[in-house]
Structures are given as C-alpha cells and as structure tokens.
Ligand binder design. Sequence first.
Ligand SMILES: *Cc1c(COP(=O)(O)O)cnc(C)c1O
Length: 433
Amino acid sequence: MTTEHTSAINPIFARRESEARSYCRGFPTTFTKAQGSIMTGDNGVDYIDFLAGCSSLNYGHNDPDMKEALVEHITADGIAHGLDMYTDEKARFLEAFEKIVLKPRGMENYKVMMTGPTGTNAVEAAMKLARKITGRRNIISFTNGFHGMTMGSLSLTGNAGKRGGAGGGNLGDVTHLPYEGSLGDVDTLALIEAMLNNSSSGIDAPAAFIFEPVQGEGGLNAASKEWVEGIARLAKEHGAMLIVDDIQAGIGRTGTYFSTEAMDIEPDMITQAKSLSGFGLPFAALLIKQEHDVWKPAEHNGTFRGNTHAFVTARVALDKFWADNAAFEKAIAEKADILEAGLTKIADLVDGAYLKGRGFMRGVNVGTGDLAEDICARAFEKGLIIETSGADDEVVKVLAALTIPNEVLERGLDILLDATRDALADNQTLAAE
Ligand SMILES: *Cc1c(COP(=O)(O)O)cnc(C)c1O
C-alpha cells in the first residue's frame, strides 16, 4: 500500500541490513528529523510519536536544554569517552542523582553502578551480583516478563519467540512463575509461596526474584501494591535478592520517578536504562543497596560503562524535570487522565476490549494481535507512530513522551480512534462478504 505516508525506501536496507531489523518494518518511512513528540519523514510528513523509543525518550526528541548542554560540552572538547575514569561530568551527574533522586526518597543507602550502556547489561550485572552474594544459581522471573536480549537476561524472559533467537529452550538456572493476574482468578502469590515452601516442589532456593512493576513488552500488566509487597516479603523470607527491573516503567513513565514509589518495598537492586540519559543516548545503571555492593574492582568491566555525553543530558533532565518533583508528577497525572479518557473511547468501540497499564504507561487490549496490528498500521498511515505489546501483540500500547503537549496527545488519540473505527468497519465488511 502506497500513500503519502509511505515513501520509497532506499534499497540499501533490504540489501545490506540484517533481517534482525524490526521496528523499521512497521513504520515504512525514512526518518530525517525529530523534535519533541514529532518525527519527520523524508516524505515531509510529520508523525506524532506514541512510541518514544520504547520509553527511551520520556522527555521527547532533542530537548532544547539537553541539546544545548551537550553541544556546549562537545564544543569545549569535554570528555567524549573516558572508560570509567573520574570526570567532571560523571561527578555532576552523580551529585544531581544523589540530590534530586536518592535523598528526597530516603534512598541514600543506594550506590550507583555504571554498567554497559544497554538495559540488558544492567540486568546481567544484577543477576551476577545476586548469584555472587547468595552463592545460589536459581533466579525467579515471571510469565510475560521481558528483561533484555543477552543470554542471561534472555533466560529470564518468558516469551518463547524471543528465546528462540538464541536457539530456544531453557537458557538455564531460571524458574518462571506466574505474574499477578496471569492465571485468571488464581491467587498467584499464594501459589508461589506454597511452591517455595515445599522442599519437594523442584524449585531450587532462589538467588533473586526479578520483576517489572508494569510489564512493558508483556502486555502492560500492572502488579498491585499487595502483590509487589508480597513478592518482596517472599524474597526476604527465602534469603533472595529483590531486583526491580524499572528500565521501562521507571523514570516517570507510571507517574513517579521510580514505578514502585507508592509501594512499601526496599529493592536490593533497581535497574535503570531507556530514559536515564533523557536524550535517547545509551546509558544504563544498576542501583545497589550499599551492603550488597560487594563487587571487586573490574569484576563487571566494560569499555562503555558510563557514557559521558549521557551524563551531561541526564543531569540536565534531572535538573529540568525532577528538581520540582511535585510539579512534574502533577503534569504527568494530568496527561494520564487525558490518555485514559482517549483510550476508554477506543475500548468502547471494540467488543470485550479493556484498558491495561498504569500512569502514563497505558494501552488497550483489543483481543487479538491481528486487530491490534491492523489498528497500528492504519494509525501510521494517518500519521501516528504506535506499537503493540503482549504475548500475542494484542495490546495497542501508548508510550508518548511525558512532555507531549496536551493538544498533540489529543490529536494522536483521535487518530487512534479513527484507525480503530476503520479497522473494525473493514473487518465487518470482510466478515459480511
Ligand atoms: C528494554 C528493556 C530491557 C532491555 O534494555 P535494552 O537497552 O534494550 O537492552 C530490560 N528490561 C526491560 C523491562 C525493558 O523494557
């Protein structure tokens, strides 16, 4: 299908880029520019961005203050790469993180470990550290969980298709247990507790529990406060580390800096990546409770641990958005209300559809992956970038920037409503034929 919204794609991609390429297939345009919540294609079309780099661009594209600070840093021959040497910008980032994120939340007891620059490396570091501390191998992860694509993180991931990329099968030393709500009315917490307390259940004593407070790739399943606190209690009772993977749900996505701020838990480790740099630059970190920071120097080395350019933009992001935490949380909450109202209209159109997620991390389960994908493809034709999520891609998922102007958010939701109407109308026509 060719419309004004698709352009001729340079054949170099099909000819030379690996078949592993993915998002480009759903958005067949060549992008040349981006600002805020708008991405522009080489066809001159402005697309509203409801994907935001899978929540790597929570402050939108090319935030002017981050851009200015970064350009200034580069122009002044600031450090571009310094391994993990001490630099002025690493100090400024850590000071801002301590003052703006850790102290106001009573989290002075956490150290910041610079891991390799992708989220999956922060997860690998957490797994290694949990096993090193406890001397145990088994890690408990959850159905529909997603934690990254390297071998360790992938072993935690539920999705068989994703594990298929490594040849499939059990990648080792992981027990997958049911996430809240994944078994209908079954009380998964009680089930997990019974399994762990049964020495003949076959589950080895765990080194760690790792979970996403809202499952990003797994369909926007949001765990309740009671469930999360229950998992934290079980981790403590069984001498296991509690690892919160906040890579997608964190940094404001659910309405607060960390996605578990309303829950009474003290994770032993918290992973951060995606929007940590604020600018879309690669940057990941692992927060570790001080008493667990038993690494020896260089035990989790890597060439790109700490990205100096990302330190610059991450520090500006903290100063600009989180220094006045209450104001930013309020702004996100207002947008979350608009999002909920818009998604409710969409859910009302589709038989059996319902809303998923929490805060500004929401979507609609429309029942089937075919319908969700059809809606997203039509939305793109109308100038909206949006993706699906869930085991069968059955959830239309909105990850707009937290800074999206209300008017643009509403326009995007209108496009999504139109796309849903069109998809349903065509499906009905097809069914009638
Ligand atoms: C994206 C993601 C990861 C992996 O991060 P990468 O930067 O893609 O390696 C891990 N956990 C969660 C919850 C994620 O959403």
